[in-house]
Write a protein that binds this ligand. Structure first.
Ligand SMILES: [Zn+2]
Length: 153
């Protein structure tokens, strides 16, 4: 799936392979090629959290917020922020499953509050992605040891 941030094309690559990913992570942001790699065998919640984590890096990169990407990145902040947003969404999955407009408003509030992002296009694209995850209905079995804190990079 492709989406735009500040006029730049990004791509989400869901991969079964660990090949593209550093060891023991569920996701990875390739800033040079503007790609987010996410493992596809993750539990729906972990998939969502990982996707949000990598998206925050991508937003940090495009908006030049050093706290959110690169060498000065605060990984803990990025991961906890992704966790908080994913938790809010996941706790309310049923209410949003057939109401795209409501989900859109919800994501808008979440992104403004936690990411200071009000980019309508990013919010719409992201709502579409999250909606498609909800619609899938499938809960992937997480084969990885999720007690490991190093979930994403
Ligand atoms: Zn990270």
């Amino acid at each position: 799936m492709r989406f735009m941030i500040k006029g730049h094309k990004w791509e989400i690559v869901t991969t079964a392979e660990d090949f593209y990913l550093p060891k023991a992570v569920c996701g990875y942001t390739d800033f040079n090629n503007r790609k987010l790699f996410i493992l596809n065998n993750l539990h729906k919640f972990l998939y969502l959290q990982t996707l949000l984590h990598e998206l925050i890096h991508a937003i940090g990169f495009e908006y030049n917020i050093p706290l959110l990407y690169g060498k000065k990145c605060n990984e803990k902040l990025v991961d906890k922020t992704a966790l908080v947003i994913a938790s809010f969404i996941f706790a309310s999955l049923v209410s949003f499953s057939d109401d795209f407009a409501l989900l859109l408003k919800f994501i808008k509030v979440m992104f403004k509050k936690y990411l200071f992002v009000e980019d309508t296009f990013v919010i719409f694209t992201y709502t579409s992605i999250i909606h498609s995850i909800i619609k899938k209905g499938a809960v992937y079995y997480d084969k990885r040891n999720t007690s490991n804190n190093k979930q994403s990079e």
